[in-house]
Design a protein around this ligand. Structure first.
Ligand SMILES: *Cc1c(COP(=O)(O)O)cnc(C)c1O
Length: 393
């Protein structure tokens, strides 16, 4: 059994492309071309060169000495926090902008919640000299002022989403509407392994550089390519998909997915999609999503804006359903405490999303000889105000 996507765009029962007819030509164009274009040697050479010289890859695999000692196991951190713009998201936006250019597109649109994907998209648009429009909920525009300013400096136009809860899912709806109205010149850069096929597979492939490097780096450091555990936080699931990708079909490597429990899984204020989700369709994909009994999408909650999404990508829904990955929910409080702990034990201030992944060290017991790789998906600069308010720093 493979845990990767099949030719029809499904991971088990999840995935597919559930889209309005008017989007069909755009999504079909992408589906027809993405594997062909990304396999071209010239594409790969340009992608690799930008990852190296612009993003700063390969990112290091760092042996965390003090954490390893305290938890009596071997903890390695994959340093995606060192990527340009501060997180893994740019791996994907570089890949998609190169694809957009080869499809002859001149206008780029994106959705963003916390602003991280918006910044990563605005960055590559500036790099390529392409027009950039970012849809963002009005509420998020107020909450994420520094990222709004960054996007403006990079030359992007921010368009507020004024409907619904005025957050990420509303911004996504606006971006989809824009794409329907501008099918010829516009390319939609989606920021995670979500959306209609081929987006989840395409984004996972661009992010798979993370596990490709982990294998090479572990071989050098430990004499074996495969760790015993890979651990990542899951919002939509892109950093996790990249971390798991080359280990998916090797069941000796155990996969741990960490979701945001918010104030607690049963508190009504949570974003723990696997624990609370039911099968449904969101943004063009059949997956697990938080919804009421009559199918209305439930507002998710997490202190970290990047994990605050009511669904999860179809790859992860399938990893959950099949039991290939173990899902663990971590509360705001546990994550925030790890923000301090990682800062003071390793000198690394993590994004709050990322801090969730580390709390697994308190929830599970590892053996001394186990190799445990945690993906450090992003740095905490963007979260400084949240840390300041929470800890009265
Ligand atoms: C956006 C973000 C996430 C969540 O998105 P995924 O697609 O699940 O990776 C996690 N960590 C950081 C640092 C982010 O910026």
């Amino acid at each position: 059994m493979s845990y990767n996507v099949n030719e029809k765009g499904y991971y088990g029962e999840f995935g597919g492309a559930y889209i309005p007819e008017m989007l069909y030509p755009n999504v079909e164009e992408l589906r027809h071309n993405y594997l062909k274009i990304t396999a071209e040697p010239e594409f790969q050479a340009e992608f690799d060169a930008l990852l190296k010289d612009y993003v700063g890859r390969p990112t290091p695999l760092y042996f965390a000495t003090r954490l390893s000692e305290k938890y009596n196991t071997k903890v390695y951190l994959k340093r995606e926090d060192l990527c340009h713009t501060g997180a893994h998201k740019v791996n994907n936006t570089i890949g998609q902008i190169l694809l957009a250019k080869r499809l002859g597109k001149t206008r780029i649109i994106a959705e963003t919640g916390a602003g991280q994907h918006g910044v990563a998209t605005a960055t590559v648009c500036a790099l390529m000299g392409l027009e950039c429009i970012v849809y963002m909920g009005e509420v998020d525009i107020k909450r994420q002022a520094p990222n709004v300013a960054r996007m403006k400096m990079l030359g992007a136009e921010i368009r507020p989403a004024l409907s619904g809860s005025k957050t990420l899912k509303d911004a996504t709806n606006e971006a989809i509407r824009d794409w329907i109205n501008n099918p010829l010149d516009t390319y939609y850069i989606i920021g995670s392994v979500v959306g209609p096929h081929p987006y989840p597979d395409m984004v996972a492939r661009f992010q798979s550089v993370i596990s490709k490097e982990i294998k090479e780096q572990l071989l050098e450091k430990e004499g074996r390519e495969n760790p015993d555990y890979v651990i990542a936080c899951v919002g939509g699931g892109s950093n996790a998909a990249g971390t798991y990708y080359h280990f998916l079909d090797n069941e000796d490597v155990k996969i741990i997915a960490v979701e945001a429990a918010g104030l607690g899984v049963d508190s009504g204020e949570s974003a723990a999609t696997s624990a609370l989700g039911k099968v449904g369709v969101i943004h063009g994909s059949k997956t697990l999503l938080m919804q009421t009994t009559d199918g209305q999408i439930t507002e998710p909650y997490s202190i970290s804006a990047g994990l605050d999404y009511p669904g999860v990508g179809p790859m992860h829904a399938n990893l959950f359903k099949t039991g290939r990955a173990q899902f663990i929910s971590i509360t705001d409080e546990q994550a925030m405490d790890w923000g301090i702990k990682l800062s003071q034990m390793e000198g690394l201030i993590p994004a709050i999303e990322t801090a969730h992944a580390f709390a697994v060290l308190d929830e599970m017991k590892f053996k001394p000889e186990d190799i445990v790789v945690i993906n450090l998906s992003g740095r905490g600069d963007k979260d400084l105000n949240t840390y300041i308010d929470y800890f009265k720093l």
